[in-house]
Ligand binder design. Structure first.
Ligand code: MG
Length: 342
């Protein structure tokens, strides 16, 4: 495989409204894109690292620093999000050349994936239910009262997940307040490394405990499964090093009999296309943390993803990622570009 050209492009995209969680507030997203040309065919990748190292240790800056080496074929073991971005671009190009879809390459079995609106502290749950979502994931923290929309959604037969981002670590006994609400799952109530605490919650609660931040690598997934610390797992391909690693994580969850879902990280259409192909694998039986484009973006970088009448997103079935990158939007939003051709 000969890489003819490789380029980094950073864009700044405003969010429709600020996104507020227990740990972060995001009003605009700086997104690092990778564009490659492999044997004459273009491919695109998206890096999930953010501007600040709030949620994860990698940033746009650290990814920019290591991607030239990754393009030259050198591994970057502590930079899975940077590696994932490059892998996505190369897979897009090589599968386009072969006229194969990413979903087909992975062995995906579904044409549509149940979408989820992730609801920050400043968002209105009812508006997402009205917009057609059949699954919502509500950010929670012990100091915030549970919004009334949780009950409205449950009454409308909308599946409700809650995500604490570890915020119950100092008051683990209060996680029990969330039990008995008929939730689909409680995501990451305690600290990432507290597998014993999560295992205890798995034994004590009726509600499924889903681990997200605890699954920072394939090795940590193995530790979570061995400790029986999760009743479900959120797989974030970028955090594991890419799409191929996510497929391995999927297989391990299937072998362990643990339901899984694909977690989201404020993707543009490029990253969302890749995530949907992964989410269409049979073991990802929980609704994905993936929403329509207008949940986050005024102007997405691809054709917009829209919900169908059943609250689902179609899995792209065209060659590669199966989406068309809107280069005119990228031109307008570009902050800088850097040639990293090896
Ligand atoms: Mg989460």
């Amino acid at each position: 495989m000969a890489i003819d050209a490789a380029e980094l492009i950073a864009v700044r995209l405003p969010l429709v409204r600020p996104f507020v969680t227990a740990t972060t507030t995001t009003a605009a997203r700086e997104v690092l894109l990778v564009r490659v040309v492999v044997e004459g065919v273009e491919g695109w990748g998206e890096c999930s690292a953010e501007q600040e190292a709030a949620y994860w240790h990698e940033t746009v800056h650290t990814a920019r620093a290591v991607l030239p080496a990754i393009a030259a074929g050198r591994p970057a073991p502590h930079h899975p999000m940077a590696e994932a971005a490059f892998e996505m671009a190369v897979l897009d190009a090589t599968l386009r050349a072969e006229h194969r879809s990413l979903a087909g390459y992975l062995g995906a079995t579904r044409s549509h994936v149940d979408a989820t609106a992730t609801v920050g502290f400043d968002d209105d749950i009812d508006a997402f239910v009205a917009a057609g979502y059949r699954s919502v994931k509500v950010k929670v923290a012990p100091e915030h009262p549970l919004p009334a929309g949780v009950h409205h959604a449950a009454a409308a037969a909308v599946g409700v997940q809650v995500d604490a981002n570890g915020s119950y670590a100092s008051v683990p006994e209060r996680v029990a307040d969330l039990d008995g609400l008929g939730l689909v799952c409680i995501e990451q109530p305690l600290a990432a490394e507290d597998l014993a605490g999560h295992a205890r919650l798995c034994r004590e609660l009726r509600t499924t405990v889903c681990l997200d931040e605890s699954v920072a690598s394939l090795a940590s997934l193995d530790a979570v499964l061995a400790a029986r610390a999760a009743g479900a797992v959120s797989v974030k391909p970028a955090r594991l090093g890419g799409i191929v690693a996510a497929r391995r994580a999927h297989d391990r969850c299937v072998d362990a009999g643990i339901p899984a879902k694909v977690g989201g990280l404020l993707e543009t259409g490029i990253g969302r296309a890749a995530a949907l192909a992964v989410a269409a694998l049979p073991g990802f039986s929980l609704p994905a943390d993936l929403s329509a484009s207008d949940r986050y973006w005024v102007d997405d970088l691809t054709e917009p993803f829209v919900l169908d009448g059943a609250g689902r997103l179609a899995v792209p079935d065209g060659p590669g990622l199966g989406v068309t990158v809107r280069t005119e939007v990228i031109e307008q939003a570009a902050l800088w570009r850097q040639d990293i051709t090896p």
